[in-house]
Design a protein around this ligand. Structure first.
Ligand code: IPE
Ligand code: IPE
Ligand code: MG
Length: 261
């Protein structure tokens, strides 16, 4: 497992193109409502947009793209909507895994999958297995995911892995037990659909991410909208607790040996 620099323990290297983009894809229901269509139509169009955004991110050199597809609180929705979302997930796994594989993409799914049942668990295992050795972008789908669930399961894993422990746990130990330990922290967090909240997404990893909120509804979020989010990101100064002057000095300094490796 690669180890990534932590935004609170080190100063991560900042690149022009965000290495990791995490997106809350919100607004499918409202998109459908505006068109007098059933919510299902919004979710279907939402899946099509996922394809476009995955392609655009890979083309721009994004290394990790993480999409929030179903939160641990989305079970509160009407049973028919939950069932439709499960069906769409199954269809997407069946139809897209091979295509992702041909495009060199690594697919990962994070979240508590058991409540979705065997079919989804098996399809996910198969798609992850098929794409695991690819060399392209890592696409993560968060399904029945919650930031609090993730922190709790990480604590559980920590305690179980070191039952005889004396002294405190470290940040690195906890981070290595999170569901997405294989990815660096998101550089850019995007939420479509106008709401400005995290809705229990990646609570630990968003510590120093740049936030971008847009009123654009997810089914309208195309490659051009993605580019706007990336240019907004490129205009930010990521200070990680330092002063602006320190950031400027650090930008002029030659990279440290560790970063050259
Ligand atoms: C996001 O769109 C998709 C999921 C949460 C699964 P919504 O379904 O939340 O759409 P709005 O927020 O009702 O418009
Ligand atoms: C967040 O959207 C979860 C996903 C996009 C999967 P919601 O629509 O569920 O969020 P809230 O309920 O408005 O916070
Ligand atoms: Mg919503």
């Amino acid at each position: 497992m690669p180890s990534f620099s932590s935004s609170t323990r080190d100063i991560p290297q900042v690149k022009a193109v965000p290495r990791h983009i995490a997106i809350i894809m919100d607004g499918n229901g409202r998109w459908a409502k505006q068109r007098m269509l059933p919510r299902a139509a919004g979710h279907k169009r939402g899946v099509e947009i996922v394809r476009e955004v995955v392609k655009a991110c890979a083309a721009r050199g994004v290394e990790y793209l993480t999409l929030f597809a179903f939160s641990s609180e989305n079970w509160r929705r009407p049973a028919e909507e939950v069932s439709l979302l499960k069906q769409l997930f199954i269809l997407a796994l069946e139809r897209e895994a091979e295509k992702l594989h041909r495009n060199g993409i690594i697919l990962r799914v994070v979240g508590n999958l058991a409540p979705f049942g065997n079919k989804i668990t098996e399809l996910v295992a198969r798609a992850e297995q098929l794409t695991r050795d690819n060399k392209g972008m890592t696409l993560t789908i968060a399904a029945n995911y919650g930031g609090r669930w993730d922190l709790l399961q990480a604590m559980q894993c920590l305690i179980e892995s070191q039952p005889q422990r004396h002294g405190a746990f470290t940040e690195e130990q906890l981070a290595s037990c999170l569901a997405m330990a294989y990815a660096p922290e998101p550089d850019l967090f995007i939420r479509t659909g106008g709401e400005q909240r995290i809705s229990n997404f990646l609570l630990w990893q968003l510590a120093y991410s740049e936030f971008y909120f847009t009123d654009t509804l997810w089914p309208d979020f195309d490659a051009a909208a993605l580019d706007q989010a990336i240019s907004s990101y490129q205009r930010r100064e990521r200070r990680f607790g330092r002063t602006s002057e320190q950031v400027e000095v650090a930008a002029k300094a030659p990279p440290k040996k560790r970063e050259l490796a």
